[in-house]
Design a protein around this ligand. Structure first.
Ligand SMILES: Cc1cc2nc3c(=O)[nH]c(=O)nc-3n(C[C@H](O)[C@H](O)[C@H](O)COP(=O)(O)OP(=O)(O)OC[C@H]3O[C@@H](n4cnc5c(N)ncnc54)[C@H](O)[C@@H]3O)c2cc1C
Length: 485
C-alpha cells in the first residue's frame, strides 16, 4: 500500500470539521505530546483532531486505505505510551460535551459524555447539573481510557467502577461503521467496552453513563509515624474490609524525597462527618498506634471533593489542566512508571513487612525519587458484579496495589533502569501475597503474563469480540487484545 502523499493528506484535512496536524506544521511538537514526556520520542505520521463521529470515520477509513495504524488518543495517560506511535493519532479531545438528562419517572438520570472529555471537565459539568458519575482521580485523564479499562475512584465502593456506570457507547470500528452498543444492540462489543481496555476495538466517540444525585460527601486523612507502617497497612486492610460501601479509602506507603517516609490513609465517605469521625476512630484503634495527624472534614461540594482528590485543592477547573489544554492551566506533565497487582486475602505479617521493606529500600537507594505503594480499596458494589458480566474481571479483590515512581522530567537511562528495577523487585517481593491479576488501566509494558493478569477468564471472549469487529487487527499495540487466546 502506497503511503499517502501530500495531496492525500490535504484531502483528509479538508474533509474534517476538526483539524489535521502534520510533522511539517508548527503545532506538531505540542500536538504529539502525551502526559509523560518520555514518549516525546514518538513521531506520529499525523494527529487528526476529530470534532465529530464523522471525522473519526473519515480518519479511520483513511488510515485503513493507506495502511497506516490508527491510534486512538484521549487524555494521553497510557502508562505504556500506547496512544502514540508512528501511525495516525486519532485525537478525540474536541468531542468533550457533557449533557445530563435528569431522572424521569422510572428512568434514572444519565450523562451523555463526549469521548474526549477530561475528568476535571466531566466533574465540573456534572456538578453544575447536581449529579455524579463514578470516575478516577487524575484531572487530566481522559474518560475514554478510564471507562474502557475500568475506572476506580473515591466513589467506587458505593456506585461501582466507571465501566459499571456505562449504559451505551458509540464506537467507530475498523471498517468505518459508527455503532451504538448498549446491550440490546451489539451486546458483545458493549460487554467488551466495559473493562476490555482502550485502543482494542475501534474509536469511541461518546459514552452514556448512569448518573446519581450528589449526596453528602466528607473527607479524611490520617498520617502515622513511619515506624507504624506495618501496623497501619494491616489495620487498614482489616478496617476497610468491614467498612460500609459508602466509604472508599486507600493506604499509601510513600518515599517522598526530602520529606522522608510517609504512611497515610485517606478517603471519602458518602455520609456525614459524624459517621466518618466514628469510622476513622475505629481505623485508629484497629491500627493500634497513635497517628501523627488526623483530619476529618466536610461536607464538601462534589466538585471540591473531586478537585481535592485530583491534587487541585484551591484551583479552578480551568487551572486544573496542562497549559496546552487550557490557557489557564497550571499543571505540569510528568514522567512516571508503575506496575500493579491485586490482593484477595489479608496480608500476613510477612506480606506487610515486604510492602514496608520495599518502600524503605526505595528511600535508601533512590532517595531523591518520589514513589511507593498505594493500596486502593475495592469491595463494596464493585465486587457484587459477577466477573463475567462485564469485561472487567477483577471482582474478588480486597484492594489493588499500585507501585509508582515519578521522575518529573525525563529520567536518564540509568535512572530509568534503576527505577524499573525497583518496580520489578517489589512486584516479586509482593507476588506471594497477590492473586496474579493486574489492572489493565495501569498498563505495564514490562508485565510478562499480561493477558491473563489483565483479563483472566474473560480473555477468550474478548478475543472472540476482537475477531468479530477487527478481524484484520487494524487496532493493535504491544498489549492489545489478541485475535486468538
Ligand atoms: C496520574 C495518573 C492518575 C491516574 N488515576 C487513575 C484513577 O484514579 N483511577 C483509574 O482507574 N485510573 C487512573 N489512571 C490510569 C488511567 O485510567 C489510564 O492511564 C487510562 O488509560 C488513561 O486514559 P487516557 O484517555 O487519559 O489515556 P490515553 O493514553 O489517551 O488512552 C489510553 C488507551 O486508550 C485508548 N483510547 C484513548 N481514547 C480512545 C477512544 N476514544 N476509543 C478507544 N480507545 C481509546 C488509547 O489508544 C490507549 O490505548 C491514572 C493515570 C495517571 C497517569
Amino acid at each position: 500500500m502506497a503511503p499517502p502523499g501530500a495531496a492525500a493528506w490535504r484531502s483528509l484535512a479538508r474533509s474534517l470539521s476538526g483539524s489535521l496536524v502534520l510533522p511539517s506544521d508548527r503545532g506538531y511538537a505540542t500536538a504529539r505530546e502525551l502526559f509523560d514526556p518520555r514518549f516525546d520520542v514518538a513521531r506520529p505520521a499525523a494527529i487528526a483532531y476529530c470534532a465529530s463521529p464523522v471525522d473519526v470515520q473519515r480518519t479511520v477509513d483513511f488510515a485503513r486505505v493507506h495502511g497506516i495504524r490508527p491510534i486512538p488518543r484521549c487524555g494521553g495517560h497510557s502508562y505504556g505510551g500506547y496512544s502514540t506511535g508512528s501511525g495516525l493519532v486519532i485525537d478525540v479531545t474536541r468531542m468533550s460535551t457533557v449533557k445530563v438528562t435528569p431522572a424521569q419517572k422510572g428512568s434514572p438520570a444519565t450523562a451523555n459524555v463526549g469521548a474526549g472529555t477530561r475528568l476535571v471537565d466531566l466533574y465540573g459539568a456534572l456538578s453544575r447539573a447536581g449529579v455524579l458519575v463514578p470516575g478516577g482521580s487524575c484531572p487530566t485523564v481522559g474518560i475514554s481510557g478510564l471507562a474502557l479499562g475500568g475506572g476506580i475512584g473515591v466513589l467506587a465502593r458505593k456506585y461501582g467502577l466507571t465501566c459499571d456506570a456505562t449504559r451505551a457507547v458509540k464506537i467507530v470500528t475498523a471498517d468505518g461503521r459508527l455503532l451504538t452498543c448498549d446491550g440490546a444492540a451489539e451486546p458483545n462489543l458493549y460487554w467488551a467496552s466495559r473493562g476490555g481496555g482502550g485502543g482494542n476495538f475501534g474509536v469511541v466517540t461518546s459514552f452514556t453513563f448512569a448518573a446519581h444525585p450528589v449526596p453528602e460527601l466528607t473527607l479524611f486523612t490520617v498520617d502515622w509515624p513511619w515506624a507504624a507502617a506495618r501496623d497501619v497497612l494491616g489495620g487498614w486492610i482489616q478496617w476497610q474490609r468491614e467498612a460500609p460501601d459508602e466509604l472508599w479509602s486507600n493506604c499509601q506507603l510513600l518515599s517522598a524525597g526530602s520529606s522522608g517516609l510517609l504512611v497515610r490513609s485517606s478517603g471519602v465517605l458518602v455520609g456525614s462527618t459524624g459517621t466518618l469521625s466514628s469510622l476513622v476512630s475505629r481505623l485508629v484503634s484497629t491500627v493500634g498506634s497513635p497517628p501523627s495527624s488526623k483530619f476529618v472534614g466536610g461536607p464538601d461540594p462534589y466538585l471540591d471533593v473531586m478537585l481535592v482528590e485530583a491534587g487541585c485543592e484551591s484551583k479552578s477547573v480551568a487551572e486544573c489542566h496542562l497549559p496546552s489544554q487550557n490557557p489557564a492551566g497550571v499543571l505540569q506533565r510528568s514522567a512516571y512508571a508503575a506496575t500493579s497487582a491485586y490482593v484477595s486475602k489479608p496480608l500476613p505479617s510477612a506480606g506487610l513487612a515486604a510492602a514496608a521493606g520495599a518502600v524503605e529500600e526505595l528511600h535508601a537507594e533512590q532517595p531523591g525519587l518520589g514513589g511507593g505503594l498505594a493500596f486502593d480499596a475495592y469491595g463494596g458494589v464493585i465486587n457484587r458484579v459477577p466477573a463475567e458480566a462485564t469485561a472487567f474481571v477483577h471482582r474478588d479483590t480486597i484492594c489493588a496495589i499500585q507501585a509508582t515512581l515519578t521522575w518529573g522530567s525525563v529520567p536518564s537511562g540509568s535512572a530509568f533502569v534503576a527505577g524499573r528495577g525497583w518496580l520489578s523487585t517489589t512486584a516479586k517481593a509482593l507476588a506471594p501475597y497477590t492473586n496474579g491479576g493486574a489492572y489493565q488501566n495501569y498498563i505495564d509494558p514490562e508485565l510478562v503474563d499480561w493477558q491473563r493478569a489483565y483479563y483472566g477468564s474473560n480473555l477468550k471472549r474478548l478475543s472472540s469480540v476482537k475477531r468479530a469487529y477487527d478481524p484484520d487487527n487494524v487496532f493493535h499495540f504491544p498489549q492489545s487484545i489478541p485475535l486468538h487466546a
